[in-house]
Write a protein that binds this ligand. Structure first.
Ligand SMILES: *[C@@H]1O[C@H](CO)[C@@H](O)[C@H](O)[C@H]1NC(C)=O
Ligand SMILES: *[C@@H]1O[C@H](CO)[C@@H](O)[C@H](O)[C@H]1NC(C)=O
Ligand SMILES: *[C@@H]1O[C@H](CO)[C@@H](O)[C@H](O)[C@H]1NC(C)=O
Ligand SMILES: *[C@@H]1O[C@H](CO)[C@@H](O)[C@H](O)[C@H]1NC(C)=O
Length: 464
């Protein structure tokens, strides 16, 4: 027997992101539109649509051939999600039924990378026979955003060196264990998996600090056997290894940027190791000169492999960085670190990356923000509920994974003018988004309190 027809809000089923144009269907609860994050523009109608069980994908008027099946697979994933809810057979007579989605992509093909047009317009008309929703996008990746949310996987490592580097095959001796490693083929799989979902993979090697694990395979990268970080600045071998890593990276990680870390450095090993100390004196460098020399030389290597570079900087520096004409991604640890379990979703939501940046030209240099979940209080047992829904509160939808820490990243989605001044007005919308995540098998924690808190009592997902 077919499941009893139920009134379904088409909008909230079809997408977690944006809708523009005349829409039939809307969120539960009166005039509210239950979308997270809020799109740049949205209008709604008053009618309710049913979603057909055999929803069809059509591409009338599209220039994109979908040779790799990116669109087809994304549509199948969306249909699987829709079918988890209560959909009806196409023959249902009682109310308008959405028969399918027509996707029009203007560009015939596109390589996923930084700066591509990922916008889209989704309209769900109130009438039509058969009735089709229409997605219009410049690129197939824009169309993907209209079909589903998107995760960003970003491979990084710190105390563990989990990735196979063919140029220096002993580097991954520094992994936590034999089984906690990625082969190059697995890295390629990850990148391809992400790419098919419109997700860029940004790889990081954090140098010269946070690189102790490198010396497990190659001890000469350490200043000495008793003083193991930062990497030996005086040795050409250090830079040969960095070159080998970035050379291997460039065959796998095709994103425009590579992350070179550069944070939290304590250079005392450079002055307490006699060999390095003499090198500093010989080159007329103090510790900060040597740090600068290291960072610049590593950057030059990255540039030679065709990468643009991202480095970590201290806190409160965004305004200075953009004043100097450089681009930046904001990730302040007091507000946007998910491993801070006492950080509330309201804090994530209200954090403003453009703080103290008023010049519109300089505002454009802020590419977005990144919320990070470092490994301090997180492992496979609680990662999802630590990350969600707070990452979503920062409009963070992109996903990053390493053996050591997890990181999210996202160009901020909702225009500042539309960010609510009072978080109470968006709580219900975020709660609904969390329920969608739960429905899709993501163990997002209740919205009510701090990171990964338990529900306070048995209740509807929507009220928790
Ligand atoms: C609805 O679809 C299912 C399978 O797709 C079929 O078995 C069932 O007979 C259909 N019911 C009606 C009322 O058409
Ligand atoms: C498809 O490509 C043709 C040729 O470049 C162009 O004229 C047309 O506008 C494109 N279609 C869409 C929907 O953009
Ligand atoms: C740097 O490391 C040395 C040696 O471990 C330690 O004595 C010193 O306190 C550290 N400096 C800072 C600023 O943490
Ligand atoms: C290091 O030397 C540079 C000049 O080479 C100087 O500007 C800087 O202040 C020195 N830093 C420290 C910490 O002594």
């Amino acid at each position: 027997m077919a499941p009893a027809p139920r009134l379904l809000p088409v909008l909230t089923l079809l997408l977690l992101t944006a809708a523009v144009g005349p829409c039939a269907g809307a969120g539960r609860g009166g005039g509210r539109v239950d979308l997270w994050p809020m799109p740049s523009s949205v209008t709604r109608g008053a009618q309710t649509l049913h979603v057909s069980r055999d929803l069809k994908l059509t591409t009338a008027g599209s220039n994109y051939s979908d040779g790799r099946g990116i669109l087809r697979d994304a549509f199948a994933r969306m249909v699987a999600v829709v079918n988890m809810d209560h959909v009806i057979n196409g023959s249902y007579q009682g109310a308008p039924v959405l028969a399918g989605v027509n996707v029009v992509v203007r560009s015939p093909d596109d390589k996923l990378n930084f700066g591509m047009d990922e916008s889209y317009k989704l309209s769900v008309p109130a009438t039509g026979s058969p009735l089709y929703a229409q997605i219009e996008a410049q690129t197939v990746y824009g169309a993907l955003h209209a079909l589903e949310n998107i995760l960003h996987w970003h491979i990084v490592d710190e105390q563990s060196f989990p990735l196979e580097i063919p140029s220096y095959p002993k580097l991954w001796n520094g992994a936590y264990s034999y089984s906690e490693r990625y082969t190059m083929d697995e890295a390629i799989d990850i990148v391809q998996y992400a790419e098919k979902r419109g997700v860029n993979v940004l790889a990081e090697i954090d140098v010269p600090g946070h690189a102790l694990s490198w010396g497990v395979g190659y001890p000469s990268l350490w200043p000495s056997a008793t003083c193991k970080e930062p990497l030996d600045v005086s040795s050409d071998f250090t830079f040969k290894v960095i070159n080998g890593i970035l050379s291997d990276f460039s065959k796998v990680f095709k994103f425009k940027f590579v992350h070179l870390g550069g944070d939290e450095i304590n250079t005392s090993c450079w002055t307490t190791t006699p060999r390095i100390k003499s090198w500093l004196i010989q080159h007329g460098m103090n510790e900060s000169d040597a740090y600068r020399y290291f960072v610049l030389r590593a950057q030059k290597i990255a540039l030679s492999h065709g990468y643009d570079i991202i480095n970590w900087l201290g806190s409160g520096v965004a305004e200075k960085v953009v004043a100097a004409g450089l681009r930046c991604i904001v990730s302040n640890q007091d507000k946007w670190y998910l491993d801070h379990l006492d950080a509330t979703w309201e804090g994530f939501y209200m954090n403003e990356p453009l703080t103290n940046i008023y010049n519109p030209e300089q505002q454009k240099l802020v590419l977005g923000g990144e919320v990070c979940a470092w490994g301090e209080h997180i492992d496979a047992s609680d990662i999802q509920q630590t990350i969600w829904p707070r990452a979503a509160a920062a409009a963070g939808i992109m996903f990053v994974l390493t053996n050591l820490f997890f990181e999210f990243e996202e160009r901020l989605w909702t225009p500042i003018a539309k960010v609510a001044k009072d978080t109470r007005s968006v709580t219900a919308r975020l709660a609904r988004f969390r329920c969608l995540l739960n429905q899709r098998g993501v163990a997002a924690a209740p919205v009510a309190a701090y990171g990964r808190s338990a529900p306070s009592e048995p209740d509807s997902c929507l009220r928790q």
